[in-house]
Design a protein around this ligand. Structure first.
Ligand code: 13P
Length: 254
């Protein structure tokens, strides 16, 4: 079945509101005719309002990089789902490997955040992926399977179908070491099969699975041409208008 590609730029801790406005305006000018791809930018929290305003009425939508699961309360430094929907943002990244490694996120907290996002009507982009050590030990499927089962626990089939999964091998993030198309495809097929086993063929056919980890202009098309790769979660190559616009175009053509 044809799944619409989704290319998201995860800016991580880059670009304040002024720069965000400039980039989103640049992207909307460059990519106005690209309708075959869902185009998403994910700026830091303080730049989200600027991104939403600059993207209004265009084919670009905005994602946050995280959220907290509580509705409100004494959680200094955290942001709730309702705060994001009020902007409004459309998507939210959950469980990025940097959150897992630097900020102690677990499959359990990923699951709590996912529940809050879905209840608020946000579309989650849930990240999974193994470290180099885990890959070398032959544990890739065990790790990704565990992250999927724990992260998606308790979701019904419609919720799983509407969630975007991002496979991001940790060893490929920010290293210039991209997974080969074959390596990525193998894990994407594994993820889709796991969803098929838990939620049936329709959910598996419809769920979108992005690849992330050193996706660049030059490798985007080949990655996107794999049967089970439905988009990309892009870090470094999403920070400049020219790079990201060319990457989106290449992916759309691939
Ligand atoms: P890079 O594209 O910089 O490797 O980052 C990938 C990533 O972590 C996207 O979320």
């Amino acid at each position: 079945m044809a799944r619409k590609l989704i290319i998201a730029g995860n800016w991580k801790m880059n670009h304040g509101a002024g720069k965000t406005r400039e980039i989103v305006c640049g992207l909307r000018a460059e990519l106005a005719d690209v309708m075959a791809v869902d185009i998403v930018v994910c700026p830091p929290f303080t730049s989200l309002a600027a991104a939403v305003e600059a993207a209004a009425g265009s084919n670009i939508v905005v994602a946050a990089q995280n959220l907290h699961w509580a509705e409100n309360g004494a959680f200094t430094g955290e942001i709730s789902a309702a705060m994001l929907t009020e902007l409004p943002v459309t998507y939210v990244i959950i469980g990025h490997s940097e959150r897992r490694h630097y900020f102690g996120e677990t499959d359990e907290t990923v699951n709590q955040r996912l529940r809050a996002a879905l209840d608020a009507g946000l579309i989650p982009i849930v990240c999974v992926g193994e470290t180099q050590h885990e890959r070398e030990a032959g544990e890739t499927e065990a790790v990704v399977g565990r992250q999927l089962d724990g992260g998606l626990a308790g979701l019904n089939t419609a919720e799983v179908t509407g969630t975007v999964i991002a496979y991001e091998p940790v060893w490929a993030i920010g290293t210039g070491l991209t997974a080969t198309p074959d390596q990525a495809q193998a894990v994407h097929a594994f993820i889709r099969n796991r969803i098929r086993a838990a939620h049936g063929a329709d959910a598996a056919d419809q769920v979108r699975i992005q690849y992330g980890g050193s996706v660049k202009v030059d490798n985007a098309a080949e990655l996107m041409s794999q049967a089970d790769i439905d988009g990309a979660l892009v870090g470094g190559a999403s920070l400049k208008v020219d790079d990201f616009a060319a990457l989106v175009r290449n992916a759309a053509a691939g």
